[in-house]
Design a protein around this ligand. Structure first.
Ligand SMILES: Nc1ncnc2c1ncn2[C@@H]1O[C@H](COP(=O)(O)OP(=O)(O)OP(=O)(O)O)[C@@H](O)[C@H]1O
Ligand SMILES: [Mg+2]
Length: 242
């Protein structure tokens, strides 16, 4: 089933067009990796999928329960709550790790200590429950951000470089968590990554953005082994310098 449809989507900031996606779909339950050089428009596309911004042109539609697609304009708060985002630079409150992880639930007027504890444990944050964010490592901050997002039991999770600059231990921990969540909940994941090995490990399909253009989106095996576009070939072979 199709979860997102993008049609003739363009995003401009001032006079500059930073994203152009003529057509693309994202399936319910798939893991889609977005790759591409810095400045290619990956985070911009993620913000559009999160309904944090409306596109300058075109439509980003979210299909829930086979109804008409909802868009930035028509998405209610209940619909927005089905989309969780873990940002490239997560903002944490200067409260305990536990309070940060529980924050989304608190905002919704819910309290569930058992679920918060279980999530802390799964992301190996239990021993840090009372720590303050300023004392955390980069990997721990990403894990808190991920725990906070997943605790909301979203239908789709948008991840912006969740493992950038992290060590292998944290990368494995986060990737294992994402794979488990996917198995258990059937969640749809869109993951921005600079790491093509990560895309290989996690994704069903991979999309290359280059200078704002959606160059190619393909099942991972095709993307890596027999890409259609010369830029994809250069990207996966490491000759596209970025
Ligand atoms: N709010 C904004 N106003 C003006 N320009 C913006 C805005 N947001 C992004 N841009 C520009 O749009 C382009 C794409 O940015 P984006 O953050 O989507 O890139 P990216 O692919 O995520 O890069 P990186 O890998 O470095 O995170 C960049 O040139 C950026 O400077
Ligand atoms: Mg980015």
């Amino acid at each position: 089933m199709t979860l997102y449809t993008l049609e003739n989507v363009r995003q401009r900031y001032g006079a500059r067009e930073v994203l152009c996606v003529p057509s693309m779909t994202i399936d319910e339950g798939e893991v889609l990796a977005l790759v591409g050089p810095s400045g290619a428009g990956k985070s911009t596309l993620l913000r559009l999928l999160a309904f944090l911004e409306a596109p300058t042109m075109g439509q980003v539609g979210l299909h829930l329960n086979g109804t008409r697609p909802v868009t930035f304009e028509s998405a209610t708060i209940d619909i927005r709550r089905q989309i969780a985002v873990s940002f490239q630079r997560p903002l944490l409150l200067s409260r305990s790790v536990r309070a940060n992880v529980a924050y989304g639930l608190t905002l919704r007027g819910q309290k569930d200590d058992a679920r918060v504890d279980a999530m802390l444990e799964r992301l190996k944050l239990d021993h840090l429950a009372d720590a303050r964010p300023r004392t955390l490592s980069g990997g721990e901050i990403q894990r808190v951000s991920l725990a906070r997002a997943m605790l909301l039991q979203p239908r789709v999770l948008l991840l912006d470089e969740p493992t950038a600059n992290l060590d292998p231990h944290n990368i494995t921990l986060i990737e294992t968590f994402l794979q488990e969540q996917r198995r258990e909940t059937g969640i749809t994941l869109v993951i921005v990554t600079h790491n093509i090995y990560q895309a290989r490990r996690l994704a069903d399909r991979v999309a290359l953005l280059y200078e704002g253009d959606l160059v190619e989106v393909a099942p991972k095996q095709i993307f890596f082994d027999t890409p259609a576009d010369a830029r994809t070939q250069a990207f996966v072979s490491g000759t596209l310098i970025y």
